[in-house]
Design a protein around this ligand. Structure first.
Ligand code: NAP
Length: 309
């Protein structure tokens, strides 16, 4: 395959940046990949993993002559990165990001972008609870959505080029306005993480149940929450602070609905409980039908007898 880009600069080389690096290399999407990250330690690790061709702790240095720049840092760091790279960007370059919130990233980055570059905010809906350059792997974006939240007047050719890039990684691309994105993500991603952080925190605080019991009996549902609750604290702190309004709105809805369930349990209203649980089971079926998860029991985890012939 001919390279789509002469030079791609990856700013931030954690889970998302390193997964992009693996795919860019695997699919031959760039003649040269430049990697920039803030700390010398992470940079050294990226180099040991051979994630790119050149390595630097200067984002400004990395973006020089790059045709595509992908910013993959915690959303709260978007403005400082935009300020650092602005004056070194090549005219005609595409600058995109992968941040989990969009209105805030646009407010932080757009004012610093020169008029002669194409700034196209994006968000791949793919990830794991791991972070850092060792966490990335090829194929992370395969079959996943990538949402663009383009600004009014964005150049169609640049949009097409970026769309083609993500589609080559196997993603399906959609476009929406940033406020809508932030609302949708608040319910499908941000709220579930908050619930998980909260329930694991509550279990950890319980005085009548010891920590060793929480760990010992964790297979019964709690374990699935601990995966989400192990997600990167910096990333998720920033998501909370940078999608404040939508998250608070969804939390208010969630609290109301929880109170409804609480009341139904208190008054023994089995029909209400049963109806809700039936409705939610159908949601799981729809997710599987949409190809967003597999229909294996217990998320496909191997069980001891599976290994026996
Ligand atoms: P990560 O594994 O923690 O990596 C973060 C990267 O950003 C590292 O290179 C780190 O550099 C750099 N960084 C951290 N703080 C910074 C700062 N203040 N200024 C400049 N650079 C900084 O994170 P990730 O999971 O790849 O997430 C990156 C972005 O992708 C976030 O915006 C997140 O919202 C979004 N996202 C994440 C997921 C997911 O599941 N993880 C999914 C979709 C989108 P050093 O190590 O050198 O400090």
């Amino acid at each position: 395959m001919t390279a789509q880009f002469d030079r791609i600069a990856l700013i931030g080389i954690g889970l998302i940046g390193s997964s992009l690096a693996h795919d860019i290399k695997r699919l031959g999407l760039a003649k040269e990949v430049v990697i920039a990250t803030r700390s010398a330690d992470t940079l050294k690790r990226a180099e040991e993993l051979q994630l790119g061709d050149c390595y630097t702790t200067s984002s400004a240095e990395a973006v020089k002559d790059a045709d595509l720049i992908i910013v993959s840092v915690p959303v709260g760091a978007s403005e400082s990165v935009a300020k650092e790279i602005a004056s070194s960007l090549k005219p005609g370059a595409i600058v995109t990001d992968v941040g989990s919130t969009k209105a805030s990233v646009i407010a932080q980055m757009a004012p610093h972008m020169p008029e002669n570059v194409h700034f196209i905010p994006g968000h791949p809906l793919a990830g794991t609870e791991k972070s850092g350059p060792d966490a990335g792997f090829p194929g992370l974006f395969e079959g996943r959505w990538c949402i663009f939240t383009p600004l009014a007047g964005t150049d169609e050719t640049a949009l097409k080029t970026l769309r083609h890039f993500w589609e080559t990684l196997g993603s399906k691309v959609d476009e929406m306005d940033p406020e809508h994105h932030d609302k949708v993500l608040a319910i499908v991603s941000h709220l579930p993480h908050l619930i998980a952080y909260n329930i694991v925190g509550t279990a950890d605080d319980l005085e009548t149940v010891t920590e060793s019991e929480v760990i010992k009996y964790s297979a019964s549902g709690f374990r699935d929450f601990t995966r989400l609750a192990a997600s990167d604290p910096t990333m998720w702190r920033d998501v909370c602070l940078h999608n404040k309004d939508a998250i608070l709105e969804m939390l208010a809805r969630f609290s109301e609905d929880l109170a409804y369930l609480q009341r139904a349990i208190r008054w023994g209203e089995g029909d209400k409980i049963f109806d809700l649980f039936t409705r939610t089971r159908a949601v799981r079926r729809s997710i599987i039908q949409a190809g967003q998860d597999v229909d294996a029991p217990d998320f496909g985890r191997p069980h001891p007898l599976d290994k026996k012939p």
